[in-house]
Design a protein around this ligand. Structure first.
Ligand SMILES: [Zn+2]
Ligand SMILES: [Zn+2]
Length: 179
């Protein structure tokens, strides 16, 4: 799919500028934990400026993300905005930093795709203090579904087998171990 914008009016007029409003869905914006729902349009208010090298496109892109919390896997929707500033030039290829101008048109879809996918949170959280799921029972600790006892750290497990000369054994709740 493409999001084409005709830039014929800008191309041969360095210094010319105009704004372009985008308001349409872009399919396939998905990472492991984040996706832009197919029914959610992308909003963008972009400034197109004719510069020596080509067309400079800048402005905010706003989307509604559907996010799975990286700790508790709860799904939620949250707004997301990223600011772009990208250069479109004639003859740009896949390996160039710039995006191409072809037939007096630019296609904004690859720029929108890159801007959103490279900037959405890699490890999103439903809230900063999310307690996540218990690794053993799978219960949601936010909802107090987990009743597991705290696990004894393996590095200390050996201590509970230590014997002392008087025959007592060290345990987690033993009294003072002083002389
Ligand atoms: Zn969470
Ligand atoms: Zn548990």
């Amino acid at each position: 799919m493409t999001v084409p914008v005709d830039v014929r009016d800008l191309l041969r007029h360095p210094g010319a500028a105009r704004t372009v409003a985008i308001d349409e869905p872009v399919e396939g914006l998905v990472t492991e934990l984040v996706r832009v729902p197919g029914d959610q349009p992308i909003h963008a208010d972009l400034l197109f400026e004719s510069v020596m090298e080509g067309i400079l496109v800048s402005g905010p892109i706003t989307v509604t993300l559907s996010v799975d919390c990286a700790r508790c896997l709860k799904s939620l929707r949250s707004p997301f905005q990223v600011d772009v500033q990208e250069l479109f030039v004639s003859g740009a290829g896949d390996l160039d930093d710039e995006y191409p101008i072809a037939d007096d048109e630019v296609d904004l879809e690859p720029m929108i795709r890159d801007a959103v996918l490279l900037n959405v949170p890699f490890s999103p959280l439903c809230r900063p203090e999310c307690l996540g799921l218990c690794e053993r029972c799978g219960g949601d600790r936010n909802l107090e579904e987990c009743r597991c006892e705290p696990e004894i750290d393996d590095r200390w497990a050996g201590l509970s087998r230590l014997s002392f000369p008087d025959g007592s054994r060290a345990t987690g709740s033993a009294g003072p171990l002083g002389p």
